[in-house]
Design a protein around this ligand. Structure first.
Ligand code: IPM
Ligand code: MG
Length: 357
């Protein structure tokens, strides 16, 4: 199979981890007999520096023409002035909106050898295997924003269709897993949350009678995620709650650096990116954990290219290097560490061995 991938390295550690993703994709295509064209384009702070625009038109065109997009991270102190006219994050938000990527899939599992790294007691981490489906193109992220004298305003709205489509997707995914769906909101306070609850209840009752649906308020969900994380299968929630809960859930796995994500719409290319940020403090130092990006490449192969065996091979290779005790600094717990490049090479080598076995 031949495919085209647009690479958006972005800022901070973005370029380093995207290089790791490319190396792994290169190995996969070689071993499975595919070919790939990479196109690199600007986004975020790097794009602001070069063009004044965090999502230049040519980047958007390159993304729309690709089979899938691999993104590093955006943002950093250089562009964080609250009075700046544009911010790197606007590039990412506009990309999600322009491509119609309304569902962000964030799987969370715990490698048994890393359970001790989590601030959560390891006996609670047994059996953790959840998939958070975060709504990605609505809510307070995209509402009207303004300043009125000394008052600031961020509007939050959702309509029925926006909730239906992401709930349907989450329910379909739950149907292939343990058939449990937890919908998270703040329905005791917010009108948008009451709409979410109403629509979710109806969609599941009418279209997915075999799915076991539960509602949770976001404040108690934040607590349950730590107290009984293995109780959850698929979690579906609005944009802002999903952003917050997935950083929290990342700590179950041991490090934010381990977690991948896929942003999908009904058609067209998906965007695949680690859930971590640009980590400016370690940028350019060969210290970043590439695993979140490498597992995002596995999701890219699975969801955009339908190459399940290739995706599984990457996941197996990552599992193998972790089982062998190889660690980047964020997961080393004081022990010996590998840099970004050495960890990537180890995963590429594990892919090679896996293929020969
Ligand atoms: C994420 C990030 C982004 C978000 C930022 C960089 C705008 O935190 O992908 O989770 O809030 O969506
Ligand atoms: Mg986030």
């Amino acid at each position: 199979m031949h495919f085209t991938i647009t690479l958006l390295p972005g800022d901070g550690i973005g370029p380093e981890v995207v290089a790791s993703g490319m190396a792994v994709l290169g190995k996969i295509t070689e071993r499975f007999g595919h070919s790939v064209d990479f196109h690199e384009a600007l986004i975020g702070g790097a794009a602001i520096d070069a063009t004044g625009n965090p999502l230049p038109d040519e980047t958007l065109v390159a993304c729309k023409q690709a089979d899938a997009i691999l993104l590093g991270a955006v943002g950093g102190p250089k562009w964080s002035d609250p009075n700046a006219p544009v911010r790197p994050e606007q590039g990412l938000l506009r990309l999600r909106k322009e491509l119609g990527l309304y569902a962000n899939l964030r799987p969370v599992t715990v490698h048994p050898d890393l359970a001790d790294l989590s601030p959560v007691k390891s006996d609670r981490l047994k059996g953790v295997d959840m998939l958070v489906v975060r709504e990605l193109t609505g809510g307070i992220y995209f509402g009207e924003k303004r300043r009125d004298g000394d008052t600031a305003f961020d509007g939050c709205s959702y309509n029925v269709a926006e909730v239906e489509r992401v709930v349907r997707l989450a329910a379909r995914l739950a149907g292939k897993r343990k058939r449990r769906l937890t919908q998270v909101d703040k329905a005791n306070v917010l009108e948008t949350s009451r709409l979410w609850r109403q629509v979710t209840t109806r969609v599941i009752a009418e279209e997915f009678p075999d799915i076991d649906l539960e509602h949770q308020l976001v404040d108690s969900m934040a607590m349950h995620l730590i107290a009984k994380p293995s109780a959850y299968d698929v979690i579906v929630t609005e944009n802002l709650f999903g952003d917050i809960l997935t950083d929290e859930a990342a700590l179950l796995a041991g490090s934010l650096g381990l977690l991948p994500s896929a942003s999908l719409g009904d058609s067209g290319p998906g965007v695949y990116e680690p859930i971590h940020g640009s980590a400016p403090d370690i940028a350019g130092k060969d210290k970043a954990n590439p695993i979140g990006t490498i597992l995002s490449v596995a999701m890219l192969l699975r969801w955009s290219l339908k190459l399940e065996a290739e995706a599984a091979a990457i996941e197996a290779a990552v599992g193998k290097v972790l089982s062998a005790g190889l660690r980047t600094a964020d997961i080393a717990a004081g022990g010996p560490t590998l840099g970004t490049r050495a960890m990537t090479e180890a995963i590429v080598a594990a892919l090679d061995e896996g293929m020969r076995a």
